[in-house]
Structure formats: structure tokens, C-alpha cells
Design a protein around this ligand. Sequence first.
Ligand code: MSP
Length: 680
Amino acid sequence: MDNPKKKYYLTTPIYYANSRPHVGSAYTTIVCDVIARYKRMCGFDVAYLTGTDEHGVNIERAAEKLGISPADLVDRNQQIFRDLWKLLGISYTDFVRTTEPRHAVAVQNLVRRTQRVSPDAIFKRKYEGRYCIYDNLYVSDTPEPADCQICGRPAELISEENYFFRLSAYQEKLLRLYQDQPDFVQPDFRLNEVKSFVESGLKDLSISRKTIKWGIPWPGDPEHVFYVWYDALTSYMSGIGFVDGETASKKDSERFKKFWPADVHMIGKEIIRFHAVYWPAFLMAAFPDKPLSDYMPGRIQAHGWLLFEQEKMSKSKGNVAYAEPIVKSLGNDALRYYLLREVVFGQDGNFSKDALITRYNADLANGLGNLSSRTLTMIENYCGGFVPAQTAVPSNLHEIAAATFHTKIRNSYDKFEFSDALTLLWGSVAITDKYLAEQKPWALAKDPAQKPRLEQVLYVAAESLRIVSVLAHPVIPDATQKIWEQLGQAGKIENTSMNDLQWGGLKPGTRIGKPDAVFPRADKKEIVERIETMENEIRNPGSAQPAARSAETAAPATATVAGAAASPGVAAKIGIEDFAKVELRAGVVKSAERIPGADKLLKLLVDIGDEVRQVLAGIALSYAPEDLVGRKVVIVTNLAPRKMRGLESNGMLLAASVGPDGKPVLCTFAEDVPAGAKVK
Ligand code: MSP
């Protein structure tokens, strides 16, 4: 009888389709892709689901701003997600959109089933409270003003008759789940947070909306649409074929039966409550008659955030980097490697272009790339292009040849300790490099009597290269496939089994392919310029100008104009008519204070002659608030107001951006000027 492959079902969160993805959203997807590729190489049949979250007020509002319909907006944006995943080599198997009919049917059927099998779980009640439309979160259950815990913005007042889910009835069951399945939430410290939240008491949860139109209608009561989180979470089922009714096709039902429940739901840390509390409770209510193992996900795995200038990278904060310019300038593997190597999985990590290019040059161009081209070129030149005969492994390379080496790397992948796996692998690149430097094959080649030694040295280097390529493949799929071909290996490297990987698998006599640089060295200045030019095109479509962040996406109030001038990326010129669009005035700082919880931001009141403006400026690390009062500044006065941490910023201060960290130095006047004077 056939021994069927074990299944593995992995999901990313489905991404809000109100805007395009940035490097932060790409991070979750890349991490899952590494896991999916790794699991396949370990012999699993993998379903990897991703998709887009397309309902809710934030989508409605984003569409309204652009003057298009929500349907057009999500159509457009979901394609941008798919295109990026293609560019990043994401090997997802399933993509779900919450506006698809198959998904709506699944959501409605899940609630119908719940009403049928757990009649007390859903009830109708009047709701009055505060709700954050950006994070789709109930902020408080009283009408008093309150700010969202996640984004800090003021939450909106909601008052309506809704369908509620009796979450309070699941407190004990959830606590038992955490006890019986101790790695249900990972890392452990997140499980503790979740437990304390549940122990502190659960409130029933409104799961429908009357005021919103853009959503899935409630079955039998179409005045209501589903709360976006009930809708979105169900995509983990609909995305692999859950229909639960007579409309289910055989193919869908089989796929669902095979892969459900999920082995891992990968998520960012801010959405843990939805996944570790609400989702298991929704499932318990829908399948009370089944054993937990039939329907409960194996694990909720939370990762940290990618930070940009110490804050979570997010479109609404305007501090995003985009993946496309990086991939188009340095290649897909560069970004994947950097994120997996630099960020300790589970913790927050900083994103910086400088560090990205430094890593690329050090580890990829000079490291693996150099080892590959040296080794292959020497095999071409000294061995006629054929893999030389295999001999014993030299003692200083035993570590790499031993099965324990593969096991260590696999353990790290299994524990999602990607940075450790890569550190070990690049350690072996360094050992092989050192071996070549000591053995000097180029010198051995000059003496025909040394031919056996020369062949041994080159076999060892080539085999080490093959092993590293297989083990690094989940992270850097493109380059490892190229190296694979250059080593003369047939087929796809992804079809190599990690289970059978052993030293000595490279067959002597194999004709190698044409050696070619897999990671050409990058000139930092040139690459930064290219990336910034492309980023600028994304932010201001149609403008070919490089330069720093646009007004819309600039950090709250400093440095962009001067920062642009200092940036090596600036090349194109703008006409005077473009410059004239920016209204600049002299201002006087009337007051300045820190904003609790924001390390970099100061809240300033600035007199601009005919009014006093509130401006948030990212200068708190360079200026004490008391030193700013009375100071003359230059302010951009015609920027659209933006909200940060729940506060409005109505203008932007100009500052030079100095040194590698971009320290802001405020622009001022050497002579006296009145507040409100135009700056031209
Ligand atoms: N639509 C919900 C998820 C519903 S899942 C049933 C959502 N969408 S999101 O677009 O805001 O976020 C999707 C994922 O991207 C989350 O895991 C989030 O943590 C991740 N990231 C968004 N910005 C990020 C960073 N700056 N860093 C790391 N991950 C980030 O929440």
C-alpha cells in the first residue's frame, strides 16, 4: 500500500486590501514560504494559504477617498499582493479573497451550523461602544470616548442592535485548551499574555454590523453584515474548500478534509487575541460534537514587528519601505535572506536599507556567491569542467560533512529559529572558504604531482556548496537553484529530500554548468538611489523623481526636504511650478511637550501668524521640549492633516537630516523674521 505523505497546513493572515503591501506585510508571507518550502523538502504535502481581507469600514473609506467602489479597490489591490508574492517567489498553494462567493457561503454556513448545534452561542442585543475602524477592534463597551490600544487613534461611537457571540461561555474551555495543548500559542510568553487576558474575564462579542454595508450579509437577516474578524478568520477554512452544505463540490470537500485543521496559523503579535481567543471559541461553538483534534488549529505562532525608525512599519504611520524596489535592485533572495537572518524570529527587528545592502555584500556576494564562483571556475579550469573524484573528508570539514550538521540546521528550522539556521550555514561557508585559502588549489594546479590533492580540495568545496545550497534553499530559492544547475545537478533543487541529504551525494564525473555570478556585488550608493527612485514612483505614481518620502508618507514633521537633499538618491529636477505648490512659512514655537509612549515624537504648537498650528515632529531624540519654546522654525503649511497616536498633526517642520542616523537639525533664520512670513 502507498504510504501517503503527511499533510501540513500553514496560513498567513489575510491582508487588508485597503492599500498595497509593504516590507512588513511581506515579512509574514516570506516566513511562511520558508516553512512551506522546508516542509516540502522534508516530505510533507503542504497547503499554504494566503489571501486578502476585503470587507469592512476601512476598505469602504479607502475606496471613497479614491472615488472608486470598494469592489474596484479590492480588485486592484489584491492583484498587487499576488504580483508581489510572485516577485518574492512565494510558493502558496491557495489564495482566498473574502469577497469571493465561496467564502461568503462558508461564513454563512459556519454561523448557521453554530446556531444549529450550539443554540445559545449566538444572540441579539443592543450594542453601544467604541470601535476602531482601522484595527477592526472593539475598544470599549461604553459610549465614553476612548483610543484604540493598537493604533492610538480615537475610536468611533457605535450604537446598534447586533448579533453577539457568547464568548463569556468559553472562558473555561479556552483555559483547558491552553492547558492541554501547551504550545497552542507560541512563543510561550505570548501564551501567558493570552491566558491572563482570558482569566481576567471574557465579554460577549458583537459579530454583526448594521451600519456597514460592505460585508457578508447575515443569513436570514440581510440588514446585518458579518463583523470582519468573524468573516476573515473563516477564510482559513473557506480557502481550502470548507463549504459545509449541499453546494460543496467533491474536490473542495476532499481538500478541506485532507488539510483541515491548520497546523500553524502564522500571525503578527498584534492580532493574537483574535486568533488565540476568538477563533478557537468560534470553532468550539461550531463543532461541539467533534473531538478537538478534528477542528482545532495546532498552533498560533506570533512573530514580532518589523520596525522602521523604531516604530512598527505601517502604511497609516507613513513609515514604510516597499519590497518591489528591493527585489528589483538586489533580487528576491537578498530581501528574504536579510529578513530571516537579521530578525530574531518572534522578536521585533529593525529594517534598514543600509544593513540590507551590507548583509547582501558580506554574506551573499562575498560569502556564498564568491564560494560558488571560485569553486566552479576552478573545476572548469583545472578539472575540465567535471566534478573530480571523491576522497575522504578532511578533518577540519568533518563538522559540515557529519549528519549532525544537517540535524542541527533542521532542528533550527523546525523550531522556526531561522536566524540560527542561517548562522550555522554561513559558518560552514566560512569554513569552506578558509579551507580553500589554506589549501590554495590555484597553487596545487601548477604542479601535476599534486593533481589528487587538487581534486580532493575541489570535490570538498563543491560538495560543501551542494549541501549548503540544499539546506539554504527554503530561504534563498533562486540562487540555490542556479548553483544547483551550475553544479550540473538535474531537475529542481526543491525536489531534493532533506531526509536523504548526505555528504558524498555529488557524483564524480558530473559535467558542471557554466559558472556565473549568483550575487554580483552591490554598490551601496547606487543601489540606495535605485531603491529610492522606485519607492518614490510607488508613492507618487507618475513622478519620476527620486528623493525621500513624499509629504503623504513622511514621518510626521521633520527632515524630509533636507533629508531628500542629503540623500544620494536625488538626481531628477523639478520645475518651479512643482516647488511653488509647497507653502512654506516662518513659525514660532509656542509650546512643546513629549507624547506618552512615543520616543521620537514631540507635540508642538506653532504660531504661523494668522493661526496656531498643532504639529507632531519626530525630533524628540535631538531636542528637549523646553529648548524649543520661542524658536523660529520653517513649516510646510499646506500638507493635509495627519493623525499620529490619536493626535492631529497639521504641518511639517523642515530640518536637515544629518549623519548616518539622519539626526534632525531644525532649519531656522539667522535674522529676525515675523511669524507667518512666507518662505520662498
Ligand atoms: N486582516 C487582518 C488579518 C486577518 S487574519 C484572519 C490584518 N491584516 S493586516 O494587513 O493588518 O496585517 C496582516 C499581517 O501583516 C499581520 O500578521 C501583521 O502583523 C503583518 N504586518 C503588518 N505590518 C507589519 C510589520 N511592520 N512587521 C511585521 N509584520 C507586520 O491584521
